[in-house]
Structure formats: structure tokens, C-alpha cells
Design a protein around this ligand. Structure first.
Ligand SMILES: [Ca+2]
Ligand SMILES: [Ca+2]
Length: 204
């Protein structure tokens, strides 16, 4: 007979599911082949497999097992995989500290001028093609492939340096953020405003 169990990482698209067909057995012969159809047009073979569903929907999984003599058995899952759309707006926000006024002359201390973005989670967010800007029209583009982990913070500093998972550099040659008042805007890859932060009289 064919049987399997499925375990799920999270509950939103993209959703990764681990399938284990170890519960399958042949009447007289051991199972040598496992073929999975995931219900979304993709398939795989192996006793244990992992599949990621990219799109929301309901899927019926089918496992076909084959024994040494070539006899096969098939089971369709009684389990449907429900995949919900990941909300992309509202979980990334500007956060403290927002250090618009660098110590001393801002133009001589560019990396002490920085803005902080917080991923309130619970999902990692790929910031490829996301942008950050000020009221004066300066625009910073996040590095391709940069992922802000769930619940993590990243600070974007005005000057130059080596990017890390938590510190990025705008690479600008003079101050970005006005000390008197300014507006910071974070846009996602489709150009929607995700967060906006306005301030007056930034303190050193
Ligand atoms: Ca400034
Ligand atoms: Ca200053």
C-alpha cells in the first residue's frame, strides 16, 4: 500500500511541505520507487521529498509506489494543502533610532546619519528593487537579493562602507536627511508606499 505523511513550514505562500512515504509497504516486496505528483504540475521522486508551493490554492497530492516486481499502488492525499497569500504591506516600518542629525557636521560624519527599518515579521522579506527616499528626491535602491529576516532591523547609513545583513550604505557624498524636518518613505518593488516617517528638529 501507499501512504505518506506531510509536514508544513508556516502557512503562507510560498509554502514548503515535507513529504515522507516511509509508511508505504508492499505485500511481499519492499518498495523501491516513490513518485510524487504535487497537484500543481510539479512532481518528484524519492522516499522523502520537499516541495514548495508558490501560489495560493488547494492542492491534492498523489503518491505512487512501486515494488521490486514492478507492481505499483497509488494514494491520493486526504490532505489538501491550503496556501494563503502572503501580505506584503504593513510588516515593514521605519523604527528608532532614526539618526537624521549626525554628531558634528553631518557632511563630515556621513555614516552617523542613518535610518532604521524594522521587519515586524513573521516572514522574511526580500527587499530586491525596494527603494528608500527623502523629501528632497534622493532615492536609495536596496541591493538585489537583500533579505531582511523576520523581526530583524537594518540601518541604512548615508556614506560608504561594506554592506552586511544589518547595516547598509547609501553611498552618497553629502548628507541626505535634513536636520530641521524631512520625510522618509519606503517603497516596495511595485512602487507602493510601505512606510512613511516624518519628523521635525532631529537631535544630535
Ligand atoms: Ca542630517
Ligand atoms: Ca549634526
Amino acid at each position: 500500500m501507499a501512504a505518506f505523511v506531510a509536514s508544513v513550514d508556516g502557512e503562507s505562500a510560498p509554502l514548503t511541505v515535507h513529504f515522507d512515504g516511509s509508511g508505504s509497504y508492499g505485500r511481499t516486496n519492499v518498495i523501491v520507487g516513490f513518485v510524487w505528483a504535487f497537484g500543481d504540475g510539479h512532481s518528484a521522486s524519492g522516499r522523502q521529498v520537499t516541495h514548495t508551493y508558490a501560489e495560493p490554492g488547494r492542492y491534492t497530492v498523489e503518491l505512487t509506489v512501486t515494488d521490486r516486481r514492478g507492481r505499483s499502488a497509488r494514494v491520493s492525499s486526504g490532505m489538501d494543502v491550503r496556501v494563503r497569500q502572503l501580505p506584503t504591506v504593513g510588516c515593514l516600518c521605519f523604527a528608532e533610532p532614526f539618526h537624521a542629525n549626525a554628531v558634528g557636521n553631518d557632511n563630515a560624519n556621513l555614516n552617523d546619519e542613518y535610518v532604521t527599518v524594522h521587519n515586524e515579521g513573521p516572514w522574511d522579506v526580500d527587499l530586491t528593487a525596494w527603494t528608500l527616499g527623502d523629501e528632497g528626491g534622493h532615492v536609495y535602491r536596496f541591493p538585489a537579493g537583500f533579505v531582511l529576516r523576520a523581526e530583524a532591523y537594518v540601518s541604512i547609513h548615508t556614506g560608504t562602507g561594506t554592506d552586511t545583513a544589518h547595516v547598509l550604505y547609501w553611498g552618497w557624498h553629502e548628507e541626505i536627511w535634513n536636520n530641521e524636518s524631512d520625510i522618509a518613505i519606503l517603497w516596495d518593488a511595485s512602487g507602493r508606499i510601505v512606510s512613511l516617517y516624518a519628523y521635525m528638529d532631529a537631535q544630535e
